[in-house]
Design a protein around this ligand. Structure first.
Ligand code: AMP
Ligand code: TRP
Length: 343
């Protein structure tokens, strides 16, 4: 291990990874892996906070690891491992549970979203405790920077608070981590509803483009993607117009803005350049090309994905766990000593 700053991030092996996960998380990690000492985790302990079919969980765990690799995470530069293979995560979570407060977990928006307005009937304790496990993931490795999407900022904030609280109570132990959130442009919205982010738990498959969708599926989904009123391909940051009585105010086009952002991210062109390409053309041409731009990324990506065997992925994951375990163990030993456990 080097003296570069350390980053840690993870994705749950549940649902279908989509282009939002790629553009909002994984693509960013690939850029960071040269600058930082990087640890990327497949967080299966988090995944079981909602019911999972065991066979599907195993399959998805390997699939996420393969996606990391096919996307360009280089196991020579970064450590990739499965959370449940390093038992220190669960142990540190337990100890942090004793300093975390019910009131701060009750404030977590992800928990509130998933439980729908405070109804706790039938909700697992694990789901409530999810952010403390995430804090354990981060703090075990002396992580300085946590690259995540906007939605995870509040969880990193909790990790900071728990680190400070533990340090205050038991003496300097944890580095206080910082969230690293990408700029707004990387937030990919749902194709069927541009007011909500693209989500792997969406009920309609027309919400997202999965990283494993074939070329025809991509074409079909883009064709069905909702668009805004009007027929010009223009990029507008304005909010959608609510006042129909003032027609001279430029109406915002959130659906088109999202599609242009996706086009820009996969093609390397700016939104302005894309607008210029479609002057005098309509949605039909634009959508055909957008599907092609996405497929130009997905087709070679999927070829790489298919070439990685389960055995190769497992070997990399086990080697990753071996590499990070000593770091986790050293930190946990220190924590256990500080709280008064006998070694
Ligand atoms: P999740 O799919 O919620 O487990 O998120 C895994 C990672 O992908 C996190 O870093 C998220 O912030 C990021 N992510 C998820 N959905 C999107 C999206 N629609 N746009 C951008 N980033 C996303
Ligand atoms: N909760 C994160 C998400 O849903 C995944 C995650 C678990 C994570 N542990 C982490 C992200 C530690 C960053 C650091 O996206």
């Amino acid at each position: 291990m080097t003296n570069k700053k350390r980053i840690f991030s993870g994705i749950q092996p549940s649902g279908n990874l989509h282009i939002g996960n790629y553009l909002g998380a994984i693509a960013n990690w690939i850029k960071l892996q040269d600058e930082f000492e990087s640890i990327f985790c497949v967080v299966d302990l988090h995944a079981i906070t909602v019911p999972q079919d065991p066979e599907t969980l195993r399959k998805k765990t390997l699939e996420i690891a393969k996606i990391y690799l096919a996307a360009g995470i280089d196991p020579k530069k970064s450590s990739i491992f499965i959370q449940s293979q390093v038992s220190e995560h669960a142990e540190l979570c337990w100890i942090l549970n004793t300093i975390a407060k019910m009131s701060e977990l009750e404030k977590m928006t992800q928990f509130k979203d998933k439980t729908q307005a405070g109804v706790s009937e039938g909700i697992g304790v694990g789901l409530f405790d999810y952010p403390v496990l995430m804090a354990a993931d981060i703090l075990l490795y002396g992580t300085e920077v946590v690259p995540v999407g906007e939605d995870q900022k509040q969880h990193v904030e909790l990790a900071r608070d728990l680190a400070k609280r533990f340090n205050h109570k038991f003496g300097e132990t944890f580095i206080v981590p910082k969230a690293f959130v990408k700029e707004e442009g990387m937030r990919v919205m749902g194709l069927d509803d541009p007011t909500k982010k693209m989500s792997k738990s969406a009920t309609s498959e027309y919400n997202y483009i999965s990283l494993t969708d074939d070329a025809e599926t991509v074409k079909r989904k883009i064709k069905k993607a909702v668009t805004d009123s009007g027929s010009e391909i223009v990029y507008s940051d304005d909010p959608p117009r609510v006042d129909e009585a003032s027609p001279r105010v430029e109406a915002g086009k959130p659906a088109l803005k999202n599609l242009i952002n996706i086009y820009a991210s996969f093609s390397g062109k700016t939104p302005k350049e894309i607008e210029a390409l479609y002057v005098g053309k309509g949605y039909g041409d634009f959508k055909n090309d957008l599907a092609e731009v996405i497929n130009n990324f997905l087709t070679p990506f999927q070829e790489k994905l298919a070439a990685i065997s389960d055995e190769d992925a497992l070997e990399i994951l086990r080697a990753g766990a071996e590499k990070v375990r000593p770091l986790a163990k050293a930190k946990l030993d220190d924590v256990k000593k500080k709280v008064g456990f006998i070694s």
